[in-house]
Design a protein around this ligand. Sequence first.
Ligand SMILES: [Zn+2]
Length: 379
Amino acid sequence: MISRDRMLEEFLNLIKIDSISKKEGKIGKYLIDKLKKLGLAVKTDDAHKKVGGEIGNIIGYLKGTDPGKPTIIFNAHMDTVTPGEGIKAVVEDDIVRSVSDTILASDDKSGITAILEVLRCLKENNFSYGNIEVVFTICEEIGLKGAKSFDPGLVKGKFGFSLDSTNPDKIVVKAPAANTITFKVEGRSAHAGMAPEQGINAIYVASKAISKMRLGRIDDETTANLGIINGGIARNIVPNFVEIKGEARSHNLEKLETQTKHMEECFKSTIGNFKVKVDNKEYRASYKVDVQREYNPIKLSDDSLPVKLAMESGKALGRKMETIAIGGGSDANIFGEKGIQMVVLGTGMNKPHTKEEYLVISDMVKAAELLLKIVELNK
Ligand SMILES: [Zn+2]
């Protein structure tokens, strides 16, 4: 059945193939070849055309031995963050870590490995299973872009499992919604030494608004952050422009709205108060705000099909499963928006997006065992 050695070998192969977001061409070809050899029909979409990437999302179709059972979707993303090129790994007992100055890419190649292993097991053993659809996405790490351009009409499945979290005994059933928020503040430039009274310092004005803002952890469901600030061109010029980029997240859409409004309000109630008069003409600071919904929340009940299946499967394997909420969005949020109920499962990846990232091999094996049991118990 599930083979630890085979999984480890596959994982080590996968992390040798560089696949930073938009550069998934090579790994895409590798996976298309694998899926075909495992007996799946394979399609790609044109998601890459919208993001300037090399290849689209990959969709694999495995015909079940009992197509009367509901179709299950398995998802993992092919892209990685940086620094993720030329990864060299070392295996120490149950741990794989990177020895070069890079991430390990267990996010999300451990997820891909688990899915491939399950497909291999299904090919080897002829127990009864329904249709399975595999969706390997691109550009998850740069704004869930592959999933966003995915056409749900390409799959028949109505629920699935995204392999893109840490602990294989935890089932992610709640993930927040997020807004990206951009403020553009306009002041008035002037020579900082000769005529500062003729200027409105956009950086100073913005700082007054920001100082009123609630940021960080707002409550147990809500967070907010300003992460990028850009403005000014020289030390000796009063800056006439600054741009601030941030975000707010919440498991509760009303709270997300309240926090976003609060952040806007801090600018609204501050910026207009700054003005100067030059040659009898009045100039006022002004601002523009742009709010975009980055993704919507996941909120799956305990009796939704994927949660029930994952719970039962874990129990059948003698494991103590737990449902949890996480603070980040993933492809599963986007699939949810498109009418596909998707829970996120852990793969053994740890400390993703850092150079300290490592994989617990036995946890990756547990992820594959859970998936296989899910296929078995699905009816
Ligand atoms: Zn990931």
